[in-house]
Design a binder for this molecule. Structure first.
Ligand code: SF4
Length: 755
């Protein structure tokens, strides 16, 4: 079955005209990125050339994907919009909440019991609003999207940073926060700063031990974790055409680790083969017809320096396998230099666990190449020294590799296959002994290796490599091993060597699956009632925020004057709070607990002006709220930088904060505050930040004439009876002022739906 085939075909119908028109208007050849962006403009056709890295542009993405942790708040908000159905095809994937412990079957059962309530909620909301639901065990969001939904020339957003994986099938796919997903699902345009473009020219052909993973491991070493910020990375050249479609997915997936907005490859034979191999031949046929529109123009790739902001060239024929880490994915070591690095840096030499799979590297090709090494270990009678864990990316891959005997090989080698889910990649790994915090080394084919990411142990040195390199190191159990040159000893004491890995891009007998885990929504979901228990600690239905009462704000109490860096993590921490992502009141207990109080330099200790006592920020906010006192937050520079999580704006709104005034905002957080109905203001003179004292209260004047480009006035009432009157700026446009007046963007959408 081809999902949303008509939608894809209708996009292809319009795409050629839009691209032709863009070329005419801009009068130059186009990169693939530009073709896709210009054919997804809210305005339909291009009216002007946008300035890269400067212009904010509204787009209409084709689809939305959500994983279970982030989908909860996104859908709770969507339910408020008063829509009958989602405006674009959307899907929910249950993958993040499954813990890897003993093996797939038991772990899945356990997750279903523990998260039953969340799964039921996601399933019934999906059914009601026409959203495709992929149940626990169906697979990891990005692998499932690649196998079923991604298509060349498309544009999607997803509530997960590795949404970018779909670039391997020629799609502009971008990770966003839940609030952005809500915008697209309700039919609003989605805004993005027009990206800068990095072109990566690939020449030659991968060979021997090198694989697609090594391309991105090398790129991460070149660009570092920040080098791709604000950029889309476009790969091209004959080398690109030699890489399998899933290999391209791996490269794009880990592009998130260089901070890139997304990465993409142009449509080619490998993508066509993958579409056919995953039963989407009709899409491949249509894509073939407009192939030149689904890749960058020839002139661009012939003279990339003229069309990209930065160009990097990599010769795949000379590319060595890489191992990156520990603790950061951009610390890139060539395999030939790794043993020396291990010794010089005193990394624990024993390789304790190898983990392959995840959304990054769990294709049929990855599994066959890894299994070819596992089989050698069995056939050559080599004792496998490390523990070995396999995470298939989807039930389709798992079922197919079981049918083709690969799971049997992993079993015989001593490996365990855990559920088709994120598991150890996101810390959902009940690793025995991790709590002892012993220094140790592991190697994974995942994408991230920050401290504690996999097992919560700050002393686990996690290295990232291809599945085949991870497998070889798991067999050796030694970080100083080099599978290309070194011998191992078999159980009889004989010296043996591993041969180069061999694999198949696609299964000879085709993919197979008994139950892919997909649950289609019913046609008319209007009668479905979404039930959330009143006493649930994980889920809470949202109530619309109050409308503005039409008056200037008076006597707002200072909640906190935050000092220095205050990211969305300081405002709404992650970690153990993840389990409350669907319960606004419970998660609000983490509001601003990471911010530093300017007056005592402490975290989570602020003065309650009503009794003079110091207490936790959420407690003081709740005390004010119950006394019907509204509050105000003061922030420093770049307030709200970091992830785009909407909880950082919803929590203050829920706990009675009416205004946030800062020296400067991170743009996405500023928009999120506006969307939730909080007045987001900046000091017109940055030094006015210094005028704020601990016992101040505030009035905001000018709201009754709130209009674009008209600053507001803030009266700072000091406890000694003196006042300061200062000018505060805002960046609200007409529509955003309506968000404020209606109490939130969702309230406005709901109102418009009714009219
Ligand atoms: S497997 Fe890892 S990187 Fe991929 S979606 Fe899950 S947590 Fe994110």
């Amino acid at each position: 079955m081809i999902f949303d085939k008509d939608m894809v075909l209708s996009i292809y119908n319009g795409l050629t005209k839009k691209v032709d028109s863009a070329k005419k208007t801009i009068n130059k050849p186009l990169t693939l990125t530009e073709k896709i962006l210009y054919s997804h403009l809210e305005t339909g056709f291009v009216k002007e050339e946008y300035e890269r890295g400067k212009s904010y542009v509204n787009f209409n993405p084709d689809r939305v994907a959500m994983q279970d942790a982030t989908a909860q708040m996104a859908l709770l908000q969507f339910m408020q919009a008063g829509k009958q159905k989602v405006a674009v095809p959307s899907t929910v994937h249950c993958d993040h909440l499954i813990q890897a412990k003993t093996g797939a079957t038991e772990d899945l059962k356990e997750a279903e019991t523990q998260n039953n309530e969340v799964y039921d909620f996601l399933k019934s909301v999906s059914n009601k609003y026409g959203i495709g639901f992929w149940k626990p065990g169906a697979g990891i969001i990005h692998q499932v999207v690649l196998e079923n939904y991604a298509f060349p020339g498309g544009m999607m957003i997803g509530t997960d940073s590795h949404t970018v994986n779909a670039g391997g099938l020629g799609m502009i796919a971008i990770g966003v926060g839940g609030a952005d997903a809500v915008d697209v699902m309700v039919g609003m345009p989605w805004e993005l700063k027009f990206p800068k473009l990095i072109g990566i020219k690939l020449t030659g052909k991968l060979n021997g031990w090198a694989s697609a993973k090594d391309v991105i491991l090398k790129v991460a070493g070149i660009l570092t974790v920040k080098g791709g910020t604000g950029c889309i990375v476009e790969y091209f050249g004959e080398g690109a055409e030699n890489i399998s479609c899933t290999g391209k997915g791996t490269i794009c997936n880990m592009g998130a680790e260089i901070g890139a907005t997304t990465s993409i490859f142009g449509y080619d034979k490998k993508m066509s083969e993958y579409l056919k191999g995953t039963e989407r031949e009709e899409i491949a046929i249509e894509a073939d017809k407009i192939a030149e529109y689904l890749t960058g123009d020839k002139e661009v790739y012939e003279n990339p320096e003229l069309h990209f902001d930065q160009v990097i060239e990599i010769n795949l024929s000379e590319l060595e396998p890489h191992i990156n880490g520990p603790f950061t994915p951009d610390k890139a070591w060539k395999l030939s230099e790794f043993a020396k690095a291990v010794k010089e840096n005193n990394y624990p030499e024993k390789m304790e666990v190898g983990l392959i799979g995840s959304c990054t590297n769990s294709s049929y090709e990855d599994m066959t190449r890894a299994a070819s090494l596992a089989k050698q270990a069995i056939d050559k009678n080599i004792e496998v020294k490390g523990q070995y864990i396999v995470t298939p990316g989807s039930e389709q891959v798992r079922y197919t590799i079981e049918r083709d005997g690969l799971i049997d090989i992993f079993d015989k080698m001593g490996g365990i296959v855990v559920a088709n889910a994120c598991g150890p990649c996101i810390g959902q790994w009940a690793r025995e002994g991790a709590e002892k915090q012993k220094p140790n080394s592991i190697m994974t084919s995942f994408n991230r290796n920050f401290v504690k990411r996999n097992d919560g142990n700050p002393n686990t040195y996690a290295f990232v490599a291809s599945p085949e390199i991870v497998t070889a190191f798991s067999i050796a159990g030694d970080l100083t091993f080099n599978p290309i040159n070194d011998y191992l000893t078999d159980k009889n004491g004989e010296k043996v060597k591993l041969k180069e890995p061999q694999g198949l891009e696609l299964p000879i007998k085709g993919f197979a699956v008994e139950d892919n885990g997909y649950v289609a929504p019913i046609k008319d979901g209007s009668k479905i009632e979404v039930v959330v228990k009143n006493d649930s600690e994980r889920l809470q239905l949202l109530k619309p925020f109050d409308k503005w009462d039409g008056n200037d704000y008076k006597d707002l109490k200072l909640l906190i004057k935050a000092k220095g860096k205050c990211t969305t993590d300081h405002i709404s921490m992650a970690g153990p709070w993840l389990r409350f992502r669907g319960h606004l009141d419970n998660i609000s207990n983490n509001m601003l607990i990471g911010a530093i109080n300017y007056f005592n330099e402490k975290q989570n200790s602020v003065k309650n002006q009503t009794n003079g006592e110091f207490a936790a920020v959420p407690d003081v906010a709740r005390a004010y709220k119950s006394a019907k006192i509204s509050s105000l937050v003061i922030g420093d520079e770049n307030y709200g930088e970091g992830s785009s999580r909407e909880h950082a704006a919803m929590e203050p709104r829920h706990l009675g904060v009416k205004v946030v005034v800062v020296r400067s905002f991170a743009r996405i957080h500023e928009t999120n505050l506006k969307k939730q109905g909080i007045l987001a203001l900046t000091f017109s003179k940055k030094e006015d930040y210094g005028k704020i004292q601990e016992n101040d209260s505030f009035d905001i004047e000018g709201l009754t004439d709130f209009s674009e480009n008209m600053p507001l006035k803030m009266i700072i009432n000091h406890s000694d009876g003196t006042k300061d009157t200062i000018v505060v700026n805002h960046s609200y446009n007409k529509n955003q002022i309506e968000w404020f007046k209606n109490g939130s963007a969702l309230n406005l959408i709901k109102k418009r739906n009714k009219n």
